[in-house]
Design a protein around this ligand. Structure first.
Ligand code: ADP
Length: 244
């Protein structure tokens, strides 16, 4: 981020033609993996994220069990072919950090107290990356958890806002992330407005922060509707005898 020298806004539009408050086009599909207890494919712009959820299942090794709650694990992984330059396979500092913040973004809505001594494992694979991958992963994982039948207080939705050429904008793409002034990924329980993740790379004034928060809240409402509709569609199909 913060490489100088690229004009990111021309004639009031962003380089990909979007307005400042516009999300990239999204696609969602529930239950795409047969062997997972729950799964979801989520696409936003050029990001393609696949989430698989397993559990609740007995936690091994047993010394990691929690006697009172399920233990939620989250692994974020970017495929080597997901970016322009091949990414070295395997975990690195960035993916360890993203896995931790994403886990913490979802943990508050999961009723872990229902399943003591168990593990709920979430795997998120990024097949294609174009900035906003942690937020895409959280959106996919949240729906995959619901698809796995894991009791939750609510669904978490996630998006980033940022600042490019002095303007607060929604849902940065990679060029905007690399050349912009700030990037602020967030996750929230849309219905209550409870924020479960907030990170900031770069700087925003208080006013810009508040404007960003408003943009993100509205966008999360849109994402939440998409997540909810996808789940309802899948389960009404199953009940109606459609294809599973
Ligand atoms: P996020 O994807 O959540 O916005 P970052 O801000 O860390 O997270 O990354 C922004 C984008 O930079 C990624 O979506 C990806 O397109 C690119 N990127 C990140 N890490 C690498 C890497 N190791 N190699 C190539 N591109 C990367």
């Amino acid at each position: 981020m913060k490489e100088e020298g690229i004009e990111l806004i021309k004639d009031g539009k962003r380089l990909d033609g979007r307005g400042f408050e516009e999300l990239r086009p999204m696609k969602i599909e529930v239950g795409v993996l047969k062997r997972a207890d729950g799964s979801c494919y989520f696409e936003i712009g050029n990001n393609k994220a696949l989430a698989a959820v397993y559990g609740p299942r007995e936690m091994h090794p047993r010394h990691l069990q929690n006697a009172k709650t399920a233990v939620v694990t989250y692994r974020y992984n970017m495929a080597p072919f997901s970016v322009d330059d091949r990414k070295r396979p395997g975990p690195d500092r960035r993916s360890v950090e993203i896995s931790k913040v994403s886990r913490d973004a979802l943990d508050p809505v999961i009723l872990t107290e229902y399943y003591p001594k168990t593990a709920i494992d979430i795997y998120v694979e990024l097949l294609q990356s174009d900035a906003g991958t942690r937020t895409a992963g959280i959106n996919a994982a949240s729906v995959a958890l619901a698809d796995a039948g894991i009791p939750m207080r609510d669904i978490v939705s996630s998006v980033a806002v940022g600042k490019i050429d002095g303007e607060v904008v929604l849902d940065l793409n990679a060029a905007e992330d690399n050349h912009g002034e700030a990037d602020m990924p967030m996750a929230m329980v849309t219905r209550t407005g409870t924020i479960t993740m907030l990170q900031m790379d770069g700087r925003l004034t208080k006013d810009e922060f508040e404007r960003g928060l408003k943009l993100a809240t509205n966008a999360c409402r849109e994402i939440y509707e998409l997540q909810r509709t996808a789940l309802i569609e899948k389960y009404s199909e199953s009940v109606g005898g459609g294809e599973e």
